[in-house]
Ligand binder design. Structure first.
Ligand code: TGC
Ligand code: FAD
Length: 379
């Protein structure tokens, strides 16, 4: 499918690949084992223009959606956590400000976020409201010239690394009152405890956001967006990056499996010479090719402003399934060695369990597609 890519897209893919191979790959196994996100990578990611890459203006690179998708693939070829960091900074925190912020808010945060000087996170999920964010209980109550925020957000990527958080809260009882606020690290009552003991996304930072009567001035509320449409619009962008990204993990697993099964001898011959192995490899390769072509087509639609949320659901659901299956199959082809961190594939499989769940679970996207097909909501 490379033949279908523009020169600029190939160039982005190449320079991200070089950066990842030189700076991230050598450390990823150790970082995953240690449960460590390598903050040293942030400056390099910013220098490559990857923070806010597909946004225009405010110091952002303004590359195409396809080029951004390819960058996500290259990052996730190393580890989903690395792509997640870029997704959250770009498609959730920066996009929310870029799309819904006032001109003053954009000028204030976006250039420094693009430069990697300010890191952001995105707080939508709550302990009791994951798939149904409309039920959120985080509240913002008027207090003089500003707002008092109370509530808990959880499973927030980069919470502990971030200088600011885009937080969604209700100002009334209904989902229609949901508003977006930018909370800063220095705000009194704002804390971000890390979530320990993860078996997935270990090279990514994941935490909670505790808002204990946090005062936020009115100039840190997005002026015009109200209701669930605000956060869900941001998710469309992030889901697009996830969908492209996971194919990078799938490709890494295929490459690993090809290498391994070509070398590994059983019954006196390489296991790659066995038909059962070839069937697994053929299925993975064929799934990746189909998913890549669909993603490229949807990426071109996105660049033309014609990609619908349902197409994003189709792409996110399909590609996460393809990638998780590729990682599990690759693991099986590598036998016992496949369970070690040294061979990468189980690390990818563990990470891909998270991608299956976040940005809308597989089931939620299934039901979104079902609703689009039948006109009946089964959530
Ligand atoms: P529903 O009645 O369907 O819609 C409410 C309003 O939202 C609008 N809308 C969308 N707008 C833009 N994009 C979309 N994809 C949209 N989907 C819906 C809709 O038009 C309506 O607008 P308005 O103006 O008419 O009011 O809402 P619902 O309550 O029935 O919920 C639908 C459902 C279940 C699909 C939605 O709640 C959902 O998507 N749930 C999943 C939640 C989710 O994905 N959370 C992700 C949190 S962030 C994250 O996981 C980051 S991981 C980061 C990383 O590390 O990469
Ligand atoms: P639940 O909603 O409780 O779902 C549990 C199960 O029930 C799932 O299988 C689900 O599909 C199923 N289910 C739910 N409703 C239905 C239904 N109506 N019909 C059928 N089945 C249903 N959130 C953020 O806001 N910001 C972040 O940065 C962020 N980063 C994350 C990073 C990681 C590593 C992870 C794992 C999660 C992250 N999340 C983030 C949270 C993520 O979006 C939620 O986990 C996800 O939306 C699902 O919510 P839940 O975990 O509460 O599961």
């Amino acid at each position: 499918w490379s033949a279908l890519l523009e020169e600029e897209e190939k160039a982005v893919r190449m320079y991200v690949r070089r950066f990842v191979d030189a700076e991230a790959m050598p450390h990823i196994a150790a970082d995953f084992e240690a449960g460590h996100f390598r903050t040293e990578l942030v400056a390099g990611l910013a220098e490559l223009g990857l923070l806010g890459a597909n946004l225009h203006g405010y110091g952002c690179a303004g590359i195409s959606s396809v080029a951004y998708g390819l960058a996500c693939m290259e990052l996730e070829r190393c580890d989903s956590g690395l792509r997640s960091f870029v997704s959250v900074q770009t498609s959730l925190a920066m996009f929310a400000i870029w799309k819904f912020g006032s001109e003053e808010q954009k000028q204030r945060w976006l250039p420094r976020m693009a430069a990697g000087e300010l890191l952001g996170c995105f707080g939508l999920t709550e302990p009791e409201h994951g798939s149904d964010p409309g039920g959120m209980t985080t509240r913002a109550v008027r207090d003089g010239e500003g707002w008092r925020l109370d509530g808990v957000k959880t499973w927030i990527t980069s919470a502990g690394l971030s200088d600011l958080a885009v937080v969604w809260a209700k100002t009334g009882e209904d989902a229609d009152s949901i508003s977006g606020f930018v909370v800063e690290r220095s705000d009194a009552g704002y804390t971000t405890p890390e979530i320990p003991h993860k078996l997935s996304m270990r090279a990514s930072s994941t935490g909670s956001i505790h808002l204990d009567s946090v005062y936020v001035p009115d100039d840190r509320r997005f002026p015009d967006i109200r209701g669930l449409r605000g956060p869900l619009s941001c998710l469309n962008n992030a889901r697009f990056g996830v969908a492209f990204g996971v194919l990078g993990a799938a490709r890494a697993c295929l490459e690993r499996a090809l290498e391994y099964t070509g070398d590994r001898q059983q019954f006196g011959v390489p296991i790659a010479s066995k038909q059962l192995t070839q069937a697994k490899l053929a299925d993975i390769a064929s799934d990746i090719i189909q998913a890549s072509l669909m993603s490229l087509h949807y990426g071109r639609l996105k660049d033309a402003g014609k990609l619908s949320p349902i197409q994003v659901s189709v792409m996110k659901r399909n590609n996460c399934r393809v990638a998780l299956n590729a990682a599990r199959q690759a693991r099986s082809m590598m036998g016992a060695n496949g369970i070690t961190v040294e061979y990468d594939v189980l690390r990818h499989a563990l990470n891909l369990e998270s991608t299956f769940t976040y940005e809308g679970t597989d089931e939620i996207h299934t039901l979104a597609i079902g609703r689009a097909l039948t006109g009946l909501a089964a959530f």
